[in-house]
Design a protein around this ligand. Structure first.
Ligand code: SF4
Length: 252
């Protein structure tokens, strides 16, 4: 087993191999049918469509991760939006959450442009990779615990491929808990109550695990009610930028 892992991680040391591994994983994920409730819901949304998108051919399948396989920053969201990623097939693309997120990522140099419309809009992520706790749009944006468990191996495999990660930004509580669950499987963590979920919190994790930066999710519900504002979101990205340029980050 160790020999197999050594071969795997040896392969993942090369960028081209990381890219190929991400593509292979994405192909596998796109045909996943493990969660019948979510697959039925995504197909239903894709066939019914929202009136303003009636000329679109909705993606309607699980949405793979997106970004730079050499990224030092990994962003974990909750799940695709029903008429956003479930329509366009790319993370945070085609809805208000994505508009909010990509504008901020562009400001901090993590994205090549401040907007995301579809998979062919030319957007590139720099030193950043975006993924999610669950890859199929859930009704009411609420995946069940079983659906979260079903989808977790995809995230685990992605995180294993993204060997240069130094910081993980979690968007919302579900992503926060998902990342801590992943970390707890790799190193002994302090009790869970030592990691309260707070916007702007950052936690150093043991065994050189990527540092955790917590943010509220940029859902329309949060951004329209002022629970999450652009300056609040920028504040977290500024912390991440500072951390990635510090010697401390390079020691991890
Ligand atoms: S949520 Fe994840 S595990 Fe469930 S069907 Fe979609 S891709 Fe598969």
């Amino acid at each position: 087993m160790q020999a197999e892992l050594d071969v795997f991680f040896g392969r993942m040391n090369r960028r081209g191999n990381r890219q190929s591994a991400i593509e292979m994983l994405s192909r596998e994920m796109i045909s996943c049918e493990l969660c019948p409730r979510l697959r039925t819901y995504c197909r239903k949304i894709a066939s019914e469509k929202r009136r303003q998108y009636r000329d679109w051919e909705y993606w309607g399948k699980p949405v793979p991760g997106f970004g730079d396989p050499d990224a030092q920053l990994v962003i974990i969201g909750l799940a695709p939006g029903a008429h956003g990623s479930n329509r366009t097939g790319r993370m945070f693309t085609g809805d208000r959450s994505g508009d909010f997120l990509y504008r901020a990522l562009y400001e901090f140099g993590f994205a090549s442009q401040p907007w995301a419309r579809d998979r062919h809009d030319g957007l590139r992520l720099r030193n950043c990779y975006i993924t999610a706790a669950v890859r199929c749009a859930p009704p009411g944006n609420k995946p069940t615990p079983e659906e979260l468990r079903n989808c977790r191996p995809y995230l685990e495999r992605e995180l294993a491929i993204l060997r240069r990660k130094r910081a993980v930004m979690t968007l919302g509580r579900v992503a926060f808990d998902t990342y801590l669950g992943w970390a707890a499987g790799r190193a002994p963590l302090l009790p869970r109550n030592r990691f309260p979920f707070q916007h702007g919190a950052s936690y150093i994790l043991p065994d050189s695990l990527p540092r955790l930066f917590a943010s509220y999710h940029p859902s329309q519900q949060n951004t329209q009610t002022g629970k999450l504002t652009a300056p609040m979101f920028r504040h977290v990205l500024q912390d991440i930028r500072r951390f990635l340029s510090s010697a401390e980050s390079n020691r991890i």
